[in-house]
Design a protein around this ligand. Structure first.
Ligand SMILES: Nc1ncnc2c1ncn2[C@@H]1O[C@H](COP(=O)(O)OP(=O)(O)OP(=O)(O)O)[C@@H](O)[C@H]1O
Ligand SMILES: [Mg+2]
Ligand SMILES: [Zn+2]
Length: 451
């Protein structure tokens, strides 16, 4: 056998190069090329080439999605786990990845075969967790295995509905000469798991560690190889967890699933608005509730603003969970079109609960919270608000206005200040809607409420 000459793999994109260079020719990143023994893996496909078949025949044999037992997770995945799909679940250490997937495994094991393979923990450790979660009596098969070939062999024998791999960084293929976690290993192991899933219709969920920056550790190429990429996130110190899909071949992305970490595992949070709305009972200056639409559904979030006379230097503008550039723009519009100058003030705004609001509907409520803090006048805590503010001081409509209003109504709010175009066609019982088309008009309306 001819000696394999070395190749170089990029740790950022996973691309191959024949000789070492300072810059990866594929993605342009610097100092990312690592030497790897040329893969001895065969280039030809391992599975015999399947003959093409008409779509109608294939669709006739379509398989149902697997319910994970966690509706919040199913929603994020687009309505359940697709047989033969590969999902990558990333998240910080200790956030609850193994817990979530063991719970899912236990649920699915009620009706189908499930193999839970861990390269991180012993079977005794997994059993201990199962006990704590109250699922020790289920038929999940557990194995502590980090060899890829053995794992795939085992899973092929079992022909289960689900294979969980915890984690991809600990799995090692014998056909690659590097240690577990190296770029070449991650690439080969993921690719092999994809081949396994596609050829057996077993759904595979793979846990992946994340880097300090919060992205999946390993080449970006991993995200291209799999069907779905989920991130498990949480605010530091909070017991709430959010699952977010950043890629999904079988559903919408940026859906959110909400969970709470409890002694007995992760519990779904059916009414996420309640998490973000644990407000002080007394109205406070600088606080208002907005209805946003994150992750495919309306969500009530408290926004807080603090305006403080500037002490020295340039005024500070700090935005938590909101875009700082947009905040700067809003401050300019408030100054120009609503006569509220904050040029000599430090400005802090915060979306409570640690969520990132990526839509524009926070403009109007933040303007109100800022005005409320500036004037040190609390707004009634029965008010909700949403709306975009344009550069000419106009209040612009946002998507899903009615849905947002209905959520506010459901949560018992009594007054809504919204863009004129978002006013409902029919009145909503118990919710008075104030429609505004200018920022100044909206501010005037809300302050007249507390008069
Ligand atoms: N007795 C307990 N009561 C409540 N919560 C617990 C208990 N034991 C563990 N936990 C929670 O479970 C978390 C660990 O969960 P898990 O092991 O599933 O995380 P992980 O994401 O798989 O971590 P790793 O990256 O280390 O594999 C802990 O951080 C803690 O929040
Ligand atoms: Mg774990
Ligand atoms: Zn590269």
């Amino acid at each position: 056998m001819a000696r394999a000459s070395p190749i170089f793999l990029c740790s950022a994109c996973g691309g191959e190069t024949l000789k070492w260079q300072g810059q990866c020719p594929q993605c342009g990143d610097w100092n990312t090329l690592e030497q790897a023994a040329a893969a001895q893996r065969p280039r030809a496909p391992r599975v015999p080439l399947a003959p093409p078949r008409p779509l109608e025949v294939i669709t006739a044999g379509r398989m149902e999605r697997l319910a994970s037992g966690q509706e919040e997770l199913d929603r994020v995945m687009g309505g359940g786990i697709v047989p033969g799909s590969v999902t990558l679940l990333g998240g910080d250490p200790g956030i609850g990845k193994s817990t979530l997937l063991l719970q899912v495994a236990a649920h699915i094991a009620g009706t189908s075969g499930v193999l839970y393979a861990s390269g991180e923990e012993s079977v005794a450790q997994i059993a201990l967790r199962a006990q704590r979660l109250g699922i020790e009596g289920t038929r999940v098969e557990v194995v502590a295995e980090s060899g890829l070939e053995a794992l795939v062999e085992l899973a092929s024998q079992r022909q289960g509905a689900l294979l969980v791999v915890d984690s991809i960084q600990t799995i090692q293929s014998g056909s690659v000469g590097t240690s577990a976690g190296a770029v070449s290993q991650l690439r080969e192991c993921t690719a092999e798991l994809v081949r396994f899933a596609k050829s057996t219709a077993t759904a595979v969920i793979v846990i992946g560690h994340v880097t300090k920056e919060g992205t999946l550790a390993g080449p970006r190429m991993l995200e291209h190889l799999v069907d779905t990429v989920l991130y498990f996130e949480s605010e530091a110190g909070s017991r709430y967890r959010i699952v977010r899909a950043t890629k999904n071949r079988f559903g919408a992305v940026n859906e959110l699933g909400f969970f709470a970490m409890t002694e007995s595992g992760l519990r779904e949070v059916r009414n996420p608005s309640a998490i973000f709305l644990a407000r002080a009972p007394e109205p406070a200056a600088g606080s208002i509730v907005m209805v946003t639409r994150e992750g495919g559904r309306p969500l009530l979030i408290e926004l807080q603003a603090l305006v403080d006379r500037m002490r020295f230097g340039a005024p500070r503008r700090v935005a938590q969970g909101l875009d700082a550039n947009r905040l700067a723009m809003l401050l300019a519009v408030m100054n120009r079109h609503a006569g509220l100058s904050l040029q000599e003030h430090d400005v802090f705004v915060n979306a409570v609960g640690g969520i990132q609001i990526s839509e524009t509907g926070w403009d109007l409520p933040v303007a109100m919270a800022l005005a409320s803090s500036l004037q040190d006048r609390a707004l009634p805590n029965t008010v909700i608000c949403f709306g975009e503010v344009g550069l000419t001081g106009e209040v612009r409509p946002v998507a899903y206005g009615e849905e947002r209003l209905r959520e506010a109504q459901k949560q018992g709010f009594q007054v809504a200040v919204v863009p004129r175009e978002n006013a409902p066609r029919r009145p909503l019982e118990g919710l008075r809607v104030i429609a505004a088309s200018r920022l100044a008009e909206a501010l005037e309306a809300i302050f007249s409420l507390s008069r």
